[in-house]
Each structure stands twice: as structure tokens, then as C-alpha cells.
Design a protein around this ligand. Structure first.
Ligand SMILES: Cc1ncc(COP(=O)(O)O)c(C=O)c1O
Length: 408
């Protein structure tokens, strides 16, 4: 991987000095990623040269839009090893999870159970509680073992009542990579549906839905160099045929009558009601091409090295730092500086041009596991460098005289 070449692809990494004149270091990639010029250009190209609607026209430009959407869907299919009819464009992981929950509702009855963990993002908690309250069934938690899901712990809570298990492939605060293949196999042994939240995995390493044998997978384009407002819901064809679409409207029906009776189009269109986020779809397609050029295996390897480098350096040089996930695989470092509030630490880093996120990171239940409500999260991507980490560690050291820094 030629990191200098890669960094040139990102306008934000080239133009950006912060207001205080410090170099810009972006360590908030679990929230959203920067966009390479080729993705920005591709989106602009749509708006400048063929910004017409899809599915609806017989003229050449309309055909071009349909071709571009087809290509983007094909890129997604190849990325996750899915078939075309199994890949649905959504507005993001959140919408995908809401759609899946509402869709699976028909298979639930009172007294059934849904299993999640307390490390899930809000998007993989609240939709399940909503359907549970609608049906009168329960949401239960798989206890974690040092931040990880183990079969032994699933065994403690799974039963014949369990109808759905929904977990993150990679947790967004601690960055543990769950063994989805093993877990999906185990869950299927109980005839339960297995939903995988891939928001923090698909951008960072190869994910193969057939190999993992997940029933559903969701992810967001903006966390993988694509635009905001676009994501993907993968579902096994047989299941997609069974469940209802959350959204109804144009583009998803074969016909409807004056009483509102309607027929569904085949998947994926059944789930894509209304005018789609065309620029988003095309931008995501380009982002996937860009990631493929770099290579998902290279991205994974580089990020793991970078995370290890950062953890080792922090532990060796800043003893006041408490790291909550030293041993997790993903490029996420979740920490606090002894005696300094996470938000203050975030402000300190920000004042040196280093962007991190602080707080609960939308995983409000996780404090059960780590015993604190607020942490600093530095999340890396393949365009970050060891030099940036060196500077980050130097600024972390300033936590020692934090009060001096701000009140001098
Ligand atoms: C693990 C996980 N799931 C779901 C989401 C929701 O993604 P979005 O806000 O793009 O819908 C996020 C976002 O941070 C996430 O990290």
C-alpha cells in the first residue's frame, strides 16, 4: 500500500490545516470516513451530466442512470458475494435494521425472544424493542466475555423461544470482531434468524455473506468512503420474498387499486419505494471500486498494524491512559486519561487538529461492561499514518497538564 499516494486521493487530507494551524488528523472514522476525489467527482458527474430519474424514462440519459445503478449494485454484490436480487439500497445501516425488524415481525409471537448484546449501536437495539412491544415478546441480552460474544454465553440465554439474534460483526466502541460464521451456525441450530450489523466490518475487511451464512447484513456507505444517506441491506432471497417492505409507494408495486390493494415488484425493487438516492448509489459504487483498488486484505492488515502501533505507544509513553480494548482487532482505540473527562480530552486533541469522538458512541448500554459512561474513541482508517499516531500520543501526554493548557 502506497500511503503517500493514497493520502493524495483525499482532498480533506491535502487542503486541511485546522484553524489553529495544526495539521489535520482524522481519527473519527467509525463515525464517518473522508471521501476520495474519485467518489466526489463521480457524484458531481451525475449532477452535472445525467441527473435524471431512474426506472422512469425511455430516453438515453435515463438509460445511463439505470446502467450506473446496475453497476453500483453489481459492485456491492461482488463485494459481499451476494446475488443482485438480494442487495437492497437503503439510506444506511439504521434504515436496514429498522426494515429487517419490521419485516421479521410477522414471524414473532407473544413470549418469543430476540437476542442482542449490550455493546450494540442504538440502531441495533431500539428497532427490536419497538417490535417486541408491538408483539408482546422480549428482548434479552447475550452476556459478553471480556467484550466478546462466545458460544458458551449464547448457550446461557438461547432457547426454543429465541426467534431472532441480531449482533454487530464489529462493535463500534470496543472494536471486537465477532466470529459471525460460528455464531450464525449455532443460532441456526435453534431455527432462529441471524441478523448481522456490518456497519463497522464491511468497510474494513472482506465480508462474504454466503460463507458467513447470515440471513441479513446491513452497512452504510459513508463509513466506507462513500456518501452519506446511502447504505445496503442484504437478505437471503427466500426471506426477502416472505417479509413486507417498510416503505410503500412508487417503484415497488406491480399495480394497485382504488381500495389500496397492491402487488409487490420482485426484490430488490420491492424494498426500494420512492425516488432513490441516485447520487448516493452511484457514489457508493465508485467507493467500492476505490476500496477494491487498494485491496480489502491490505486495508485490514494495515489497520491492524496501525492499531497495534498506537496501543503499544500509548501504553509505553502515557501511563495515565486507560485503554478499554487493548486486545480488540479493529482499528478502534477506546480510552480515557486518568482524572480528565473524556470530553475535555477530546477538546484538547481537537485543539491540536486531531479529530476523535467522545461520549457513549450511541452504545449507551456498554457502560455495564466497561464501568464508565464516557470514553474517547480514536478510530483509524487506511489513510491514517504512524506519524499521525506519534503526534496523537504527544498531545495525549499533555493531558498531564491539562488545566495548565486551558487556563494558562
Ligand atoms: C455498529 C453500528 N451499527 C449501526 C450504525 C448506524 O449507522 P448509520 O448511522 O450510518 O445508519 C453505526 C454507526 O455508527 C454503527 O457503528
Amino acid at each position: 500500500m502506497d500511503i503517500n499516494k493514497i493520502r493524495k486521493d483525499f482532498p480533506m487530507l491535502n487542503n486541511n490545516k485546522t484553524m489553529q494551524g495544526h495539521p489535520f488528523s482524522y481519527f473519527d472514522n467509525a463515525a464517518t470516513t473522508l471521501k476520495p476525489k474519485c467518489v466526489i467527482d463521480k457524484i458531481c458527474e451525475y449532477y452535472e451530466f445525467y441527473s435524471v430519474n431512474s426506472h422512469r424514462g425511455d430516453y438515453d440519459l435515463a438509460q445511463r442512470v439505470d446502467d450506473e445503478i446496475l453497476k453500483a449494485r453489481d459492485n456491492v454484490c461482488k463485494l459481499i458475494n451476494a446475488d443482485e436480487k438480494e442487495v437492497i439500497f437503503t439510506s444506511g445501516a439504521t434504515m436496514g435494521l429498522n426494515q429487517i425488524a419490521q419485516g421479521l415481525k410477522r414471524f414473532l409471537s407473544k413470549d418469543d425472544e430476540i437476542l442482542i448484546t449490550d455493546a450494540e449501536h442504538a440502531s441495533n437495539v431500539l428497532p427490536w424493542f419497538r417490535i417486541a412491544s408491538e408483539i408482546g415478546c422480549k428482548v434479552n441480552y447475550i452476556p459478553l466475555e471480556n467484550g466478546r460474544i462466545t458460544i458458551r454465553n449464547i448457550e446461557k440465554v438461547i432457547s426454543s423461544k429465541t426467534k431472532i439474534v441480531s449482533i454487530a460483526h464489529v462493535t463500534n466502541v470496543l472494536g471486537y470482531v465477532n466470529d459471525i460464521k460460528e455464531i450464525a451456525k449455532f443460532v441456526h441450530g435453534y431455527n432462529a434468524y441471524f441478523v448481522c450489523d456490518g456497519a463497522q466490518s464491511v468497510p474494513h475487511f472482506k465480508v462474504d455473506v454466503k460463507d458467513l451464512d447470515v440471513d441479513f447484513l446491513v452497512f452504510s456507505g459513508h463509513k466506507m468512503c462513500g456518501p452519506t444517506g446511502i447504505g445496503v441491506m442484504y437478505g437471503k432471497y427466500e426471506l426477502l420474498k416472505e417479509i413486507d417492505s417498510l416503505l410503500l409507494g412508487g417503484g415497488m408495486n406491480t399495480e394497485f387499486d382504488l381500495c389500496g390493494n397492491f402487488g409487490y415488484l420482485k426484490t430488490p425493487f420491492k424494498f426500494e419505494a420512492g425516488t432513490q438516492n441516485i447520487a448516493g448509489i452511484i457514489g457508493l459504487g465508485k467507493a467500492i471500486e476505490y476500496l477494491n483498488e487498494i485491496g480489502m486484505d491490505n486495508i485490514e492488515k494495515y489497520e491492524r498494524e496501525l492499531k497495534e502501533y498506537a496501543v503499544t505507544k500509548l501504553l509505553n509513553e502515557v501511563p495515565e491512559v486507560i485503554i478499554y480494548n487493548k486486545d480488540s482487532e479493529a482499528g478502534i482505540i477506546d480510552f480515557n486519561y486518568e482524572g480528565v473527562h473524556a470530553q475535555d480530552m477530546g477538546t484538547l486533541l481537537g485543539s491540536y487538529g486531531i479529530c476523535v469522538r467522545t461520549g457513549e458512541h450511541c452504545a449507551k448500554l456498554l457502560h455495564n461492561e466497561i464501568g464508565t459512561n464516557s470514553t474517547v474513541r480514536a478510530s483509524l482508517y487506511f489513510y491514517n499514518t504512524k506519524e499521525e499516531i506519534d503526534r496523537f500520543v504527544e498531545v495525549c501526554k499533555k493531558g498531564r497538564d491539562f488545566l495548565d493548557v486551558f487556563f494558562a
